[in-house]
Ligand binder design. Structure first.
Ligand SMILES: Cc1cc2nc3c(=O)[nH]c(=O)nc-3n(C[C@H](O)[C@H](O)[C@H](O)COP(=O)(O)O)c2cc1C
Length: 329
């Protein structure tokens, strides 16, 4: 097993994060990640009904204590002002002493202050050097470098471009590479480029524990990286999805009126909230079996995904592949 600053800081056996995935991540997946010695995470937005989030956190805390797990768990908070659940979810997470946070799409200051008050760690999603500088100044514990091929919101830069820059500018802040990783070979590449760990999402959609429709899983199994397209129709922020007929029909860009409303100072906040709500509802419908409005979020690692297995099998295989690459060097 590889140990480094990330495994030490996050109290895990191997520096891998099962990435937070809206509507995909669930308690079973996170527990499997914990039992396999990695960091299992989920977006708090997956638990929006009364008390759901509290219950899941209680179960995960009990799991952490009872099973003497080699891994750990964390939550993802969308810290944008337009996320109406943010304040309440942050309060619930702090009350339940969540050990690890990933922040995305906004200013992470409040989360960093609240988490550090009881010793929890905060890694911030970054897509460029400029935002990384802001997060570093606020005292984040690590970066998640969200690169070009990532499923969901993706950055503009490839791993080859972003990882060495972050490593050079912030040698003391660990960077986790995210985007396009579904093999041990890719883990080794990311680490060689300066990352201290990896975050993997799309690969785990094709796990037995993911409760999405079989059509979604089959679409991943049958896609190549050329089938992945970047759209702003979903949430306003560029997101990688599978290029289904429905995605082609609705187009990849916001129309003139949507663009105007998203940028006008008077309408911007409320229109963004509306777009995000609409995108959330569209994704919720898309994972229901038989729905024809197929918007399936996935990244370019679909290229390397050929089977549906339990999460534990996938994690152990990724680690084994990585160890083989290192051993043959
Ligand atoms: C289906 C899906 C949903 C996602 N939802 C979220 C989310 O709610 N919050 C977030 O910060 N990132 C989200 N992501 C991005 C992942 O956390 C991670 O950055 C990405 O999956 C890494 O790239 P990969 O999919 O190529 O492994 C999502 C990704 C996928 C595939």
């Amino acid at each position: 097993m590889l140990t480094n600053s990330v495994t030490e800081q996050l109290k895990i056996a191997f520096p891998m994060i099962m990435a937070p995935m809206f509507l995909v991540s669930n308690e079973e997946m996170v527990k499997s990640a914990m039992d396999s010695g990695i960091m299992g995470t989920f977006p708090t937005l997956n638990f929006r009904h009364e008390n759901e989030l509290v219950e899941v956190l209680q179960h995960l805390n009990a799991h952490l204590q009872q099973t003497d797990s080699k891994g750990c768990y964390g939550v993802n908070l969308i810290v944008q002002k337009t996320n109406v659940y943010y304040q309440n979810h942050l309060r619930i997470c702090v009350d339940n002493r969540v050990p690890f946070y990933i922040t995305s799409l906004g200013n992470p200051k409040e989360v960093i202050v609240a988490a550090h008050a009881y010793g929890a760690k905060v890694y911030c999603d970054v897509t460029d050097l400029h935002f990384a500088e802001k997060c570093a100044a606020l005292g984040c514990d690590g970066f998640i470098a969200v690169c070009k091929g990532a499923g969901g919101h993706a950055g503009p830069y490839s791993m080859q471009e972003l990882l060495p820059l972050l490593h050079q500018e912030f040698p003391d802040i660990p960077t986790i590479a995210a985007g396009g990783i579904a093999t041990g070979q890719n883990i080794a590449k990311a680490l060689a480029l300066g990352a201290q760990g990896v975050s993997i999402g799309t690969r785990f959609i094709c796990s037995e524990e993911a409760k999405v429709s079989n059509d979604y899983k089959q679409a991943i199994l049958h896609s190549t990286k050329e089938d992945i397209v970047l759209t702003t129709r979903l949430s306003g922020t560029p997101s990688n999805v599978i290029n289904t007929e429905y995605v082609q029909r609705i187009g990849l860009k916001q129309n003139f009126i949507e663009h105007f409303l998203s940028n006008h100072p008077k309408t911007k906040k409320y229109f963004k909230m509306f777009v995000q709500f609409r995108g959330m509802k569209a994704l919720e419908k898309a994972i229901i079996p038989g729905n024809y409005k197929n918007i399936w979020v996935a990244g370019t690692s679909v290229q390397d995904i050929h089977d549906i297995k339990p999460c534990s099998v996938l994690i152990h295989r990724l680690i084994e592949e990585y160890e083989q690459v290192v051993a043959t060097k």
